[in-house]
Design a protein around this ligand. Sequence first.
Ligand code: AMP
Ligand code: MG
Length: 408
Amino acid sequence: MNSETGRQRIDVDEAEALIRAHLPPRPITRVPLEHATGEILREAVVAERDQPPFDRVTMDGFALRHRAIASGRRRFTVIGTQAAGDPAMPVGADEACVWIMTGAALPADADTIVPVERTRRDGETITLEAGYVPVAGQFIHRAGSDHRAGSPLLAPGVRLGPPEMAVLTIGGHPDVAVASRPSIAVVSTGDELVEVGEPVTTFRIRSSNDRAVVAALAGAGFTRVARQRLPDDPVVLQRELGSLLAQHEVLVLSGGVSLGEFDHVPRTLAALGVQVVFHKVRQRPGMPFWFGTGPAGQPVFALPGNPVSTLVCLTRYVIPSLTASLGTAPRAQATRVPLAEAVTFEPDLCWFLPVVLHHGDDGSVRAEPRPTNTSGDFVALAGTDGFVELPRGGKAFAAGYPARFWRW
Ligand code: AMP
Ligand code: MG
């Protein structure tokens, strides 16, 4: 540990800022629209054409001239049928109309749509419903009334969810520039760890952290992930971590970063040329959190192995910083949720407290504390929504305290 030069025992905000400062923006890649869902847009998308591109009919009905109705006409001759996508068909005369569908282009010499349900049809003649008074220009979505060709539709930094995917098609391009996702190695270290499916003896445990880490990364759209389990053996660690550093752009390790006899991770990383940025954050759980950068600038997150600590550090630091490096538009404010009950915490540390959110019928939301037994008690996390961040030095937090909330 004496080879370390990074910051020691820093505060949560400083740890976050240091990580952000060491994660440069991810490169841009073009992907087909099929693969763009959930990605972060990295170009401005502008409208290919006016929207709507033509005067669009918004009801199935009859296109006609309003002046005919104004002069008392109630019966019209249907001179043709026009579907959406057809060229506009002229009406030609005041006594004529065109049977026209939603999405079709308004005939240039018509100005009003009478919905089919307000008419009675007899052969090629329609009669307007008695007493019905159509308004001039009704049921027409005017060309260019939503936006003009070239107007900005989407700004860089937006996440491409369902509405944005629909808007992208109006840009007219079959592919789109998004942030490339890094290739991530998820490594758990520990001689005691056993895979599901392998026999487990009394003093060994199943490796659960890597599963939770992979699940959390996948939930945030990071799916270029390789999972590996390594022993607490400095020789094997050095060989395998060296090879992972050569192959991956981000390393997320769990375990082996405390002060135990077999906590070889910081020394091994240092020997591999990983520069420590900080070690230990004034927080509970997750105090031994270690962060550095590899020879090629790769962020290396070495999380404490206690399962609650691993998941808290991943959610509080790793995922937000990786997401920010995709170029997401910064969120204006952190999500805050009032505590459902008062809590106290004596240690001079920031406290990450698991919670369940309760949504009231009046629109209110409250965070109900679900403290874990220890930072090893990850079973207690099942069913929680995330955790609240209670700042160092606060000690007593009243019911209603607006705590910063982090969702798993
Ligand atoms: P460490 O950070 O290596 O000192 O580990 C702290 C505690 O977390 C120990 O009880 C470990 O057995 C446990 N632990 C470490 N890695 C894992 C893992 N991948 N899955 C479940 N528990 C783990
Ligand atoms: Mg260990």
